[in-house]
Design a binder for this molecule. Structure first.
Ligand SMILES: [Zn+2]
Length: 221
């Protein structure tokens, strides 16, 4: 799908960023992101990703549906290239990537359900408690369900910097969707304590074989 002149103009500020370019913009427009978050946190992610030209944005409501309906309504005029919608109950959106902003137990639950239903595709999971953690899972395994980190357990109190952590996660989702700089990124966990950030590689919880059940992300399609 080649960019139109209008699209080149609309995304020019982004296209000229080294490592983005026209190809990455085409990938963004053709991509779909599933957002699992409370509506207030989803709103920031939708604004950023719709502005960046992510073609399809599907939200999974984790609390009252009305606030998400309102968000879809508000998003209608953000960008004519972008569709923002709500996932139906139990219906998999088959997106390229799940972005989960985990600030409470019901969001953690919903993210686990989406990961299972979508056979655990690529994911970015931000934990909004302390220490802030962001898991980047570009290609399973490991997926959110089998990574050797507690990604989807109920979080504690939201961190004072949960807004910043969420926005870093949104930017990381953008980079994965765009295929930023053509790199093949590894699965890793970024951790923040307010002063320093460090990263560690993520692997699988269990060694494969040994009679262990395989994770859904390894099942044949
Ligand atoms: Zn898995």
């Amino acid at each position: 799908m080649a960019l139109t002149d209008n699209q080149i103009e609309r995304y020019s500020r982004q296209i000229i960023v080294p490592g983005v370019g026209g190809r990455a913009q085409e990938r963004l427009l053709a991509s779909c992101v599933a957002i699992v978050a409370e509506s207030a946190e989803a709103a920031g992610a939708v604004a950023y990703l719709a502005g960046a030209g992510v073609g399809r944005i599907v939200m999974y409501p984790v609390s009252d549906r009305a606030s998400y309906d309102a968000l879809v309504e508000r998003s209608r005029d953000l960008n004519p290239d972008v569709s923002v919608s709500l996932a139906g109950d139990g219906i998999s959106a088959r997106c390229n990537l799940m972005l989960a902003l985990v600030g409470d137990a019901r969001t953690a639950d919903a993210a686990a359900r989406v990961a299972r239903a979508d056979r655990c595709g690529a994911a970015v999971i931000a934990r909004l408690d302390t220490p802030g953690r962001i898991a980047l899972l570009p290609a399973p395994p490991p997926c959110p369900l089998c990574a050797n980190a507690e990604l989807l357990s109920p979080p504690g109190e939201r961190s004072a910097s949960c807004g910043e952590i969420a926005m870093v996660a949104v930017a990381e989702a953008f980079k994965l969707l765009a295929g930023f700089a053509g790199q093949q990124p590894a699965a890793e966990l970024l951790e923040f304590n307010g002063y320093v950030t460090w990263a560690r590689a993520l692997g699988r919880h269990r060694a494969s074989g040994g009679g262990q059940a395989r994770c859904a992300c390894e099942a044949s399609p």
